[in-house]
Design a protein. Structure first.
Lengths: 214, 238
């Protein structure tokens, strides 16, 4: 891993029906927004970066670490990629409390890789009062903050955020937007951010990669 | 041994009860890993011939139990390749032994257990398993911390259904393992034998009452376990 390597080097063709989707871009540090209409395959690209979907061909590297390279037969497992994935549908574990959801990745991360402390993360996101609740009892905004916290606490090398404002009602959007701005500027983690909202992307992104409709 | 037993059951009745519990307990313990593996394969894998595996698993559910017993007789008699192999290699025999009654009970319980576990495995949200993987959990940890807890009620349901089925097993057992008091005569077989004797109405009623108690007890126990393990209210096993 070299420090001057680009944050994201992506050149993949995804197996997603026809026509096959090809993405090719290189992005520096900060927040890179993939901007385009729904159904353009933006989530499929995040899944490929996370290792949840295997591309048909290509190469994916983050900060100089090769995660996938078809030609070199490299395909790291999802648990080896150290991505903090904030899913559009959140995917909090319904059978665990908020505390145990947050602890899930925290326990598995090596201590030296935890970029942010437990208490700091809880303070940043304001989720300390929620620890004993079950995910089903959380509001959209609360659940979104817990999902972001769970990703941050798993010691990620980069973040993937898929429409993080989708499950938040209008009144709470500003609050979550502010949080993401703070995460972007405070944590220095490369972020790949998916959205279909132009105003949101223009406010947050260091660079915008347009994804056209297929 | 039987002198220690409380007086409200006769020694013969105790013998039948203990044997029934032993036979169905061993049957369920043996059927549990096999049926979980089959449920997993049917729920998660795609392969040619899956329909055939599915049909084979369900065979004991749709065949007359006597036919299942007869097929077991053919497969596991000491003269048959499989039965002979088991006897020579492991010294295990099934014919006219309590192990045969347990085997028959396990085979009859298998389809019900596979069905219950398969349904609950199919209901587990794969997206949650993916989330666990991105948080650093390998396949086994994901299985133990996400898949298994989320399908626990289905596995418990499978145990109850399987236990009920194996305690009540009659046709395959009497065909395959015969009706030998103290060896293969479980509760249903004992009831059947008692019915053959004139003037045994009370004996029949007592044994029937015993099997009702056993079944209701198993159901109550499983509901209690489900409630204790269930996070949300209103969970039921069946």
């Amino acid at each position: 891993m070299s420090s001057d390597a680009p944050a994201f080097e992506i050149s993949v063709t995804l197996k997603r029906g026809r026509p096959r989707l090809t993405y090719e871009f290189t992005a520096g540090p900060g927040l890179t927004a993939l901007f385009g209409p729904s159904g353009a395959g933006k989530t499929s690209l995040l899944d490929a970066v996370a290792g949840l979907a295997r591309p048909a061909q290509g190469r994916i590297a983050v900060s100089g670490t090769v995660l996938y390279d078809r030609a070199a037969r490299i395909d790291l497992k999802p648990e080896q990629r150290r991505c903090g994935y904030v899913f559009q549908d959140l995917r909090l574990f319904p059978h665990h409390t908020v505390r145990d959801n947050l602890r899930y990745g925290w326990k598995l991360a090596e201590a030296r890789r935890r970029s942010l402390g437990w208490d700091d993360t809880l303070d940043l996101l304001g989720i300390a009062p929620l620890l004993d609740r079950m995910p089903a009892t959380l509001s959209g905004g609360e659940a979104q903050r817990v999902a972001i916290g769970r990703a941050l606490l798993s010691g990620p090398a980069f973040l993937l955020m898929d429409e993080p404002l989708a499950s938040v009602d209008a009144a709470r959007r500003g609050e979550i937007l502010g949080l993401i701005e703070r995460i972007r500027s405070d944590l220095k983690l490369p972020i790949l951010y998916v959205s279909h909202d132009r105003a949101e992307v223009e406010r947050l992104a260091d660079r915008i990669i347009p994804i056209p409709a297929p | 041994m039987y002198s220690l037993a409380p007086g409200w059951l006769s020694p013969a009745e105790w013998e039948v009860l203990i044997l029934s519990l032993k036979v169905s307990g061993v049957a369920i313990v043996a059927a549990l890993p096999a049926s979980f593996a089959l449920a997993w394969v049917l729920a998660r894998w795609r392969f040619p011939g899956k329909v055939l595996v599915d049909a084979l698993v369900h065979l004991p559910l749709v065949l007359p139990p006597v036919v299942t017993g007869w097929l077991l007789l053919i497969a596991f008699s000491p003269n048959a390749p499989l039965g002979g192999f088991l006897e020579r290699t492991f010294g295990v025999t099934f014919l006219f032994r309590w192990t045969g009654a347990a085997l028959a009970a396990a085979v009859m319980a298998l389809p019900l257990m596979v069905r219950a576990m398969r349904l609950s495995l199919e209901a587990v949200d794969r997206r949650l398993e993916n989330a666990a993987r991105t948080l650093g959990a390998g396949p086994w940890r994901t299985f133990a911390t996400v898949t298994l807890p989320l399908s626990a009620n289905g596995i418990l349901a499978a145990l109850v259904l399987g236990l009920a089925r194996s305690v009540g097993e009659f046709g395959a057992t009497i065909t395959f393992a015969s009706n030998i008091p103290g060896e293969t005569q479980t509760l249903p077989l004992a009831i059947y034998s008692a019915l053959q004797m004139p003037g045994s109405d009370i004996q029949v009623a007592r044994l029937a009452g015993l099997s009702v108690l056993l079944s209701v007890g198993a159901l109550v126990l499983s509901e209690w376990l489900a409630r204790r393990s269930g996070q949300e209210k209103g969970r039921h096993v069946l």
